[in-house]
Write a protein that binds this ligand. Structure first.
Ligand SMILES: Cc1cc2nc3c(=O)[nH]c(=O)nc-3n(C[C@H](O)[C@H](O)[C@H](O)COP(=O)(O)OP(=O)(O)OC[C@H]3O[C@@H](n4cnc5c(N)ncnc54)[C@H](O)[C@@H]3O)c2cc1C
Length: 429
């Protein structure tokens, strides 16, 4: 039986999660969802709400992948940045994706409310600038988003304000986004799982889909000791996709990012560090992303690795990055450290689409998946039930290139890019 990695999230669940059965024998359904993270759960919920008979297969346990281990930070926009989309695809297209990303953020609050999910959700996040030029970029970004997208939730934080809100003197300033926020991702994932179950979705754990066969009338999903015959399937495996040979694997690059979680901060430290409980993401290429937990532990993510070989080195680097932002936490004990895989696409826009009329997929959230996965599930379900929507078309127009050379070559390529970018961060370029 699979278990969660030894993370703070796994040990701070308010309610233990029920074990769910492994799929055996033959089953039939309208939709088989593969992958039990935010994307798969969202697709299953939305499809069940539209009256479909849904089976969800998770190879480990629900929330075992990135969804149960992430930084919990909720941001709108795509990782590429809406200005990039606008330049390449025009304002109308960018506006549509911007609105989808806003709806993604709102959907989290809607689900928390309608399914009564307790997941320590907090509002507000800061983008912190690690150079003066980046701070200027943020200021311009605020004006541009207000004027072009009518987004009025941003506020400039000059250096003094940023120092105060973060409790670190490292930054040149920042932008507070009142629309951003954070939550306990594993509690949220389990909340979504309970929601799916309450809607009649059959959820199976420890049930890896091994082979997908396309028949004339349906799709056959083979599991070790059973199979599912489904009218349609949704593949929601993200960075953990392997061996399904659907032709979408090379469009994402799995890369490993690490999080450290400290012991609870004492009252004095709490007064000065993140006093308003915002989350922070800074502008390093290996971005530092951090926030306080409900129990006032520092949850700090940073180091990105493209090769899983040097795990110890990555762990050390994360703690070093934490010390650099918060020297006052130098002696604080790290109680947990864990890593997980994010899936990035070449252009850092999610890859949401269909392989044919029966096979749908969503992947490549490029570090913005806490919010975006929810809406991706909704888009998949709408298309599965009602045919192609304009939202799906908006994603299909964004062309995703394969990472060159397959998995073996992707790693060294990105290590090189990442090393160059890290050097630029060090020299403040
Ligand atoms: C350490 C870390 C920190 C992050 N921080 C943030 C953050 O702060 N904010 C943010 O927006 N995003 C963040 N992300 C990214 C975010 O977590 C992901 O974008 C999101 O969770 C993706 O959800 P998913 O459901 O698509 O994939 P996952 O949650 O990875 O789920 C995929 C699931 O598919 C299952 N699976 C794979 N193959 C099969 C198969 N053959 N059969 C059955 N099941 C299968 C896997 O076991 C897995 O559980 C972070 C990611 C990591 C790893």
């Amino acid at each position: 039986m699979s278990q969660y990695p030894n993370s703070y999230y796994a040990t701070s669940l308010s309610q233990q999660k029920d074990d769910l059965p492994t799929l055996i024998d033959d089953h039939e359904c309208d939709l088989c969802v593969i992958g039990g993270g935010f994307s798969g759960l969202s697709t299953a919920i939305e499809a069940a709400e539209r009256g479909l008979k849904v089976i969800l297969l998770e190879q480990n346990i629900i929330g075992w992948g990135a969804s149960g281990r992430n930084g919990g930070q909720i941001w709108n926009d795509v990782a590429w940045g809406i200005d990039g989309i606008e330049k390449k695809y025009g304002l109308k297209h960018a506006m549509q994706l911007w609105n989808i990303s806003q709806a993604a953020v709102d959907l989290i609050d809607e689900r928390i409310k309608s399914f009564n999910i307790e997941c320590d959700k907090k509002s507000g996040g800061i983008h912190a600038a690690t150079s003066l030029s980046k701070f200027k970029e943020y200021e311009n970004d605020l004006k541009y988003k207000l004027k072009t997208y009518n987004y009025d939730k941003l506020e400039v934080l000059d250096k003094a304000k940023a120092d105060h809100e973060i409790g670190s003197s490292l930054y040149y300033g920042g932008i507070l986004d009142r629309g951003a926020g954070h939550l306990h991702p594993l509690k949220y994932a389990i909340g979504l799982m309970n929601a799916a179950l309450s809607l009649g979705v059959k959820v199976y754990e420890n049930s890896p889909a091994k082979t997908i066969l396309q028949n004339i009338n349906d799709i056959e999903v083979l599991i070790e000791n059973g199979k599912v015959n489904a009218k349609k399937i949704a593949v929601c495996c993200n960075a953990y996709i392997e061996g399904l040979n659907l032709g979408i694997e090379n469009k994402v690059m799995p890369c490993e990012t690490y999080i450290v979680c400290t012991e609870p901060l004492n009252i004095d430290l709490q007064k000065n560090i993140l006093p308003n409980d915002y989350c922070v993401s800074d502008t390093n290429f290996d971005l530092n992303y951090y926030r306080l937990s409900e129990s006032k532990r520092m949850i700090f993510g940073g180091a990105v690795g493209y090769s899983l070989k040097n795990v110890e080195g990555l762990k050390k680097r994360t703690k070093k990055q934490l010390n650099r932002v918060f020297p006052q936490l130098k002696n604080i004990k790290v109680d947990y450290i864990w890593g997980g895989l994010i899936a990035i696409t070449v252009n850092r826009v999610p890859d949401i689409g269909m392989i044919n009329e029966k096979i749908f997929y969503a992947q490549g959230f490029s570090g913005h998946g806490v919010a975006f996965t929810g809406i991706a599930g909704k888009i998949l379900a709408e298309n599965i039930v009602s045919g192609k929507t304009s939202e799906m078309e908006a994603f299909e127009k964004i062309k995703h290139r394969n990472f060159p050379g397959g998995r073996l070559f992707r790693m060294p390529l990105l290590v090189t890019i990442s090393a160059m970018q890290r050097m630029m961060d060090i020299f403040n370029v």
